[in-house]
Design a protein around this ligand. Structure first.
Ligand code: ADE
Length: 427
């Protein structure tokens, strides 16, 4: 059967199947940067850990995600994909998933809220035994509107910090009714994806959207978690004067000792040229901040949800909104004549205005995701709680990545191993 004939028989809702060849070429390009996932895909092809299973994946539909989905499919699963954000979908990737890789795909870049939820519901109409989330939307829907299906789910995977926080809150309330693996918390995920991935791709998103010169500009970073650290470091690398705003005293000291100016957002609002929120919290940039910002201030968010910038408050203060003064750049014309620019509607700027994290870093994130999915798929009676990634998975992904980079490291000698396990030897 031809690819087009296969696509005709499949269940999908995407923007344009004609984009499929361009999407396939970009997916295969990304795959050249994902050696660890390639090894796992070949292993899955032989071992078939998902034989006969249905797996629904609610992730950002990017070329890197496509390579993860191909890996899960190679392991014997029937796979359905939907988007975890209405504005991060790459329509060519979605088309290629349908036409060239036989994966039912339901997402369109720019879909409205109703369509977004129609697609999430399609992912559950598939009756998966395993789900993957980036932000916990599928798990949330399962608990709120599709509770009869909870017992069908063997295990669910969570990719991102915000999702893990949401799920831990559910578990603490006794509300979590299925087992989840906190993929985000693996070292080989958050240490590299959140820091180096978000760092580089957030800069990429800002520059593609605006083409501004960062050198000499005051860049204000809201939040000094792993994502904020990565972004602050890369912005400094481009010559920006970086200011960090934090609510956690320890992180604030860390930012200060890393050489950044640390101050309140109220103070930073008056001097910043570019503002980027990466906190996972709401209203980090709020009404009082917009009032004191300079003419021409640029705002963006790289946290999971579009709540970090209080857009309704910005709208209220503005006299007029000029959409798309450049693609993805909205100008809020304030009553006193200032303009404040918002990138990517306040959604993840790295995915809405650029292509997300580079494949080489997603290689590790998705290798962890793939191995955790195989681990979760074979568990029969996991407790309904948030489970840590098994240590062996982190160790395996790190070793495979090192090997792919041609890096060898030292091993402990017998004497060193003994020394570490003894407590008698002192001064
Ligand atoms: N999250 C951040 N970057 C991503 C990417 N390239 N693909 C999927 N999810 C992502």
């Amino acid at each position: 059967m031809t690819a087009t004939a296969t696509a005709r028989k499949m269940n999908y809702d995407i923007a344009d199947l004609k984009l499929a060849d361009a999407g396939r070429d970009r997916i295969l390009w990304a795959d050249t940067q994902m050696p660890v996932l390639n090894i796992i895909r070949e292993r899955f092809r032989k071992e078939q850990p998902f034989k006969g299973m249905r797996i629904s994946c609610c992730l950002h539909i990017t070329t890197e995600t496509a390579n993860l989905l191909r890996t899960i499919k190679a392991g014997g699963a029937e796979v359905l994909a939907c988007a975890s954000n209405p504005l991060s979908t790459q329509d060519d990737t979605a088309a290629a998933l349908v036409k060239h890789f036989g994966i039912s795909t339901h997402c369109r870049r720019g879909e409205d809220r109703t369509t977004y939820y129609k697609h999430l519901n399609a992912a559950l109409d598939f009756h998966p035994q395993v789900t993957m989330d980036d932000g916990a939307d599928l798990v949330s829907l399962l608990h709120t509107k599709r509770a009869s299906q909870l017992k069908e789910i063997r295990c669910s995977m969570e990719e991102t910090t915000t999702g893990v926080i949401r799920l831990k809150a559910m578990a603490a309330d006794g509300a979590l009714k299925l087992p989840v693996v906190a993929v985000n918390d693996a070292d080989c995920k958050h240490l590299f994806d959140n820091r180096y991935g978000t760092g580089q791709s957030t800069i990429d998103g800002i520059l593609r959207a605006t083409n501004i010169l960062l050198a000499g500009r005051k860049v204000v970073v809201g939040g000094y978690g792993w994502c904020g650290r990565g972004f602050a470091a890369k912005a400094r690398g481009m010559g920006a004067i970086v200011i960090v705003c934090e609510i956690d005293p320890v992180r604030a000291i860390e930012a200060s000792l890393d050489g950044f100016e640390v101050m309140t957002m109220a103070k930073a609002a008056k001097v910043g040229d570019v503002f980027c929120t990466l906190t996972g919290n709401t209203s980090v940039l709020a009404a009082e901040h917009f009032k004191s910002m300079k003419d021409g201030a640029i705002l963006c968010n790289s946290g999971h949800f579009n709540v970090e910038i209080d857009i309704p408050a910005l709208e209220k203060q503005a006299r007029k909104l000029d959409r798309n003064v450049r693609p993805g750049v909205d100008a809020y014309r304030m009553k006193d004549g200032r303009s404040i620019y918002l990138l990517g509607e306040g959604r993840l700027v790295n995915l809405t205005m650029a292509e997300g994290h580079p494949a080489a870093v997603m290689d590790m994130s998705f290798a962890v995701q793939a191995l955790c999915t195989a681990w979760g798929a074979k568990q029969k009676n996991l407790e309904c709680s948030v489970h840590a990634v098994p240590k062996e998975i982190d160790a395996e992904v790190a070793l495979l990545k090192l090997a792919s980079l041609g890096i060898t490291i030292d091993k402990l000698t017998a004497e060193q191993t003994h020394y570490l396990s003894s407590w008698q030897e002192g001064t």
